[in-house]
Each structure stands twice: as structure tokens, then as C-alpha cells.
Ligand binder design. Sequence first.
Ligand code: C2E
Ligand code: MG
Ligand code: MG
Ligand code: MG
Length: 279
Amino acid sequence: TSKDSGKNKFSVFDLEMNRYQVRRMSLEKDLRKALARSEFMVVYQPKWDSITNVTVGLESLLRWRHPEHGIISPVEFIPIAEETGLIVPITYWMLHEVCSQNMLWHKEDVATVAVSINMSARMFEGESLYDIVEEALTRSGLAPHFLELEITESIAMNNMEETVVLLSKLRKLGVRVSLDDFGTGFSSLGSLDEIPINTLKIDQVFIRKSKMHSKKAIISNIIAIAANLNMEVIAEGVETTEQIELLQSLGCTVMQGYYYGKPMPVNELGQWFLDKKAV
Ligand code: C2E
Ligand code: MG
Ligand code: MG
Ligand code: MG
């Protein structure tokens, strides 16, 4: 009867929820030990100047090599890390790892480009971010303008006054700042000029749907805003030559996406730079 099937559906849903919660809890438990067990790995995705045909930067992206589940996506574990506060020590580790790796590329004359690191909102609570960035730079010997922090619109808009103070200090030090996933966060355009940002990163959803007239209009306007506010602009998620041509025709020439290169581990990047050149 319908009553029975309704009941069944409910218990299937219950089971699904339970399975989800079990995985969530076991991942949380394992995440607490992941740093000490060296299970994190950083991969790097090129940012490409499509006019001069050189790599102009890299974005660092975190991967978790779980002993049983294999590679776990940051989309799954970053939210757990944020909820538990584990994102703070993980980000500290990233800062040291990325700065010293970039310094190594400089010393070995492999590449001299800025590498960006994604920041969680948590990193903007309290004031320790400035000190830890400075420490990572000092310890590695990396010049500040070779480090870039990617923030999101929600970070920028939450607690705006404090965030602007912290970002201004970091910018004064020489560190670069970019606004990630731009266009998806419903940020108030009215305050965009008050946040110290070097680069707007156009979110990949607009690039994916760039055949649509309306999305094209949004891309075009983001490019205009960047130009008018003296910011650089980069397109994320570029996968096809059609997208490249469209972006170029709209005035965006720096791009990041599978078309140019997927995120790669350090051992593959050496060869990448040999093949592709960097600035
Ligand atoms: P994000 O910062 O916007 O990074 C871009 C994501 O798009 C990456 O996914 C990248 O692999 C993917 N991507 C790049 N090009 C293409 C493309 O052409 N097509 C498609 N379909 N995807 C592309 P990933 O590595 O899975 O990271 C997802 C998100 O997880 C990141 O989005 C970022 O928000 C977060 N994340 C990754 N690493 C870290 C980290 O170290 N710290 C923090 N706080 N968040 C991180
Ligand atoms: Mg990013
Ligand atoms: Mg992004
Ligand atoms: Mg994203």
C-alpha cells in the first residue's frame, strides 16, 4: 500500500543519511590525524597568458591521500576542516609548503611566478594570519609578491572593516590578493573598490555557460569592472578554444582551466615548465 511504501522511502532516506553521517564522522576523525601522518599533498594549476603564451602564475590546491579511501576531494573535506577548525593548522601547513616549494622553483630556475593559496573565512577571524604569512615568507626566503591569497566574496563582505585592515597590511607587505569565484557571491558591488584586490577571478560557471547571451554579458561586465577599478582579471574553468576566443574578444587574456593544464603534482610541473616556459 501507499502507506507502506511511504514508510519504506523514509527508512531508505534514513539509511542514506546514516551512511553519510558515518562517513562524515570517520573522515572527521581521520582528518585530525592527516597532518601528522603527512597525508596532504599540494597540486598546482597553471594560470596562462593566452597572448604571450607563458605561465604567469599557479594556484595551489589541496589533496588528501586517505589511506583507505584514496584521494579525497577538497570539496568534501574542506567543509569538515572548516567546521572543526582544523582548517587553521592545515592552512599554516599550506603556507609553509607552498612558499618553500616556490622558493625551490626560483632557486632551481624552474619558474619565477606567484603561487596562490585559497583562504577560508576562518583565517580572517582573529589576527594571526598576518604573522603566519610573514613567518612563512621569512622562513622560506620567498619575496612577498610571489605569494597570492585567494579570498571569496563572503570573506570580503563579512566583517568588512577588519578584513580590509588585514588585507591592506598584507598588501603593504607585498602579498597579492585575488577575489575567487567572482560573480557568484552576491557581493555588494558598491564596496568592491574598498577592498584591496589585485585580481578578479571570473567564476567557472560563467565560462561553462558562456554561449548564453546573458552569461556573456556578465563576463563582459566583470571584465569592465576589473578594468575600471584597475584590477587584473582571470577566467577560471577554461576548457575549449571557443571559450578562449570569446574571452579574448571580450578583453580577458589570462586564463586557468583544463584546456591549458590540470592541477599537477610537483614532479610533473618540472616537465610542464620545460615544455611551456614561464615568466
Ligand atoms: P577554487 O579555488 O575555485 O579552485 C578551482 C577548482 O576548479 C579546482 O577544484 C580545480 O581543479 C577546478 N578546475 C580548474 N580548471 C577546471 C576546468 O577547466 N574545468 C573544471 N570542471 N574544473 C576545473 P578542486 O581542486 O577540486 O578544488 C575545489 C575547491 O576546494 C576550490 O575551488 C577551493 O574553494 C577549495 N580548496 C582547494 N584547495 C584548498 C585549500 O588548500 N584551502 C582551502 N581553504 N580551500 C581549498
Ligand atoms: Mg581558488
Ligand atoms: Mg575559483
Ligand atoms: Mg570554487
